[in-house]
Design a protein around this ligand. Structure first.
Ligand code: ZN
Length: 88
């Protein structure tokens, strides 16, 4: 017997306002930032890090431009998820 999982999307408004509750950072950037008082005294992690974000064949990836390294790569596992690319 096989079980087929069905995706039942939740219909709700996706805000375009800042809604992040936990930031994701490049570990190498964060280590550098923490270790260098001349950096962390004048820049926040947000100001120090430099990322690119984009869709991939699997899903969505955050890439550290400073270290040319993966920060996170999310596999949507074939799902087409709702999103909001609006600015207001
Ligand atoms: Zn980095």
């Amino acid at each position: 017997m096989t079980t087929k999982t069905t995706y039942n999307p939740i219909k709700r408004e996706i805000p375009t306002t800042m809604s992040i509750v936990a930031f994701i950072h490049c570990g190498m950037c964060l280590d550098e930032w923490k270790a260098d008082d001349s950096l962390n005294s004048r820049l926040s992690p947000r100001d120090y890090t430099s990322y690119e974000v984009g869709y991939t064949a699997l899903g969505l990836q955050v890439w550290c431009k400073r270290h040319e390294a993966n920060v996170v790569h999310v596999d949507f596992q074939g799902l087409r998820l709702p999103g909001n690319t609006g600015m207001e």
